[in-house]
Design a protein around this ligand. Structure first.
Ligand code: ATP
Ligand code: MG
Length: 293
């Protein structure tokens, strides 16, 4: 649970622009070690952009970003992975033709020492390291609840298993912070409930969790605190039950506009046309049983 004055991630005044579009503006967040922290907001609000900033895929344009008390400026993804930030992606990114075990081993290599020459020469220490990596990957496969032969190709796993495999790969980097971008999107209620249990175990094992999610039941039942982004700005932060009632949050999701049936069935494309799909109050902020993507 939350430990006061034990900050893990600190964003101060973070801004990110794409040409004329402001994806993040003056975003400040403080996440305590051991928290499960939710990040929500309508489509295009900047949630994934924030993940991309803290994992080094994007460089921020304004503000500062500290992790474990250290400032990270213009860092590459592997440097932030080594610092202890791991993530999963909104759209699953696995090596489809590699086995489940190998996908996890890829993550583990962030923490290995032999390097490319050790791997090529297959000396004794690199062989021992490789055995340890394989063993840890097996443990993680089991830990995330994938009960399949380890050689099963990633592409042959079910959708829910693939999501879990991504989490296992992220855990293989031994993160302090696990950032999950919509981990239950497309899952049914049973799969979602079981993923919730997994995330609780991950937190119990001492890993801080940052969670982007539209599944409000999950956010409510899991997060210690939630921040809401809207048009790149943080418009609310607090306990989930308080945030849910916040008038600014309600306004952001409903926009004070009526939503026509045509709009509701439209595909999510640009920001303006997609906001209608974020029926925070009517659909997304009450228990859902989402269909597959
Ligand atoms: N690489 C990019 N180039 C240009 N615009 C971008 C880029 N990445 C994101 N954007 C824009 O920044 C805004 C925020 O996008 P982002 O993907 O962070 O939203 P999001 O909150 O994750 O939305 P969703 O809930 O739909 O996943 C959007 O308007 C998006 O089109
Ligand atoms: Mg996103």
């Amino acid at each position: 649970m939350t430990q006061p004055n034990n900050l893990l991630l600190e964003l101060s005044g973070v801004g990110k622009h794409f040409g004329g579009l402001t994806a993040l503006s003056e975003v400040s967040l403080h996440i305590q070690q051991g928290e499960i922290y939710g990040l929500i907001g309508p489509n295009g609000a900047g949630k994934t952009t924030l993940f991309n900033v803290i994992t080094g895929l994007y460089q921020l344009d304004q503000g500062t970003f500290k992790f474990g008390g250290n400032a990270y400026v213009r860092c590459k993804p592997h440097q932030l992975a080594q610092a202890g930030i791991a993530r999963t992606f909104q759209n699953i990114r696995l090596f489809a033709n590699m086995s489940a075990l190998e996908n996890i081993m890829v993550g583990r290599h962030v923490r290995t020492h032999s390097g490319i020459w050790g791997a090529l020469s297959r000396n004794a220490s690199s062989r021992a390291e490789e055995r340890a990596i394989t063993e840890r990957a097996r443990e993680l496969l089991h830990y995330v609840g994938i009960q399949r032969p380890t050689h099963t190709l990633a592409k042959n796993l079910s959708y829910g298993e693939q999501r879990r495999l991504e989490i296992a790969r992220a855990l293989a980097t031994e993160p302090k912070l696990l950032a999950l971008d919509e981990p239950v999107a497309g899952m049914n209620a049973t799969e979602t409930e079981s993923l919730k249990t997994l995330l609780q175990s991950i937190r119990s094992d001492g890993i801080t969790v940052l969670l982007i999610e539209h599944d409000v039941k999950l956010i409510m039942g899991l997060c210690d605190r939630v921040a809401v982004l809207d048009y790149g700005k943080k418009i609310a932060e607090g306990k989930p039950e308080d945030v849910r009632r916040d008038p600014a949050v309600i306004a952001a999701y409903l926009g004070g506009e009526s939503i026509s049936p045509t709009q509701e069935s439209g595909a999510d494309v640009g920001r303006d046309s997609s906001r209608h799909s974020q029926t925070f109050i009517r659909d997304e902020f009450r228990p859902t049983d989402n269909g597959r993507e």
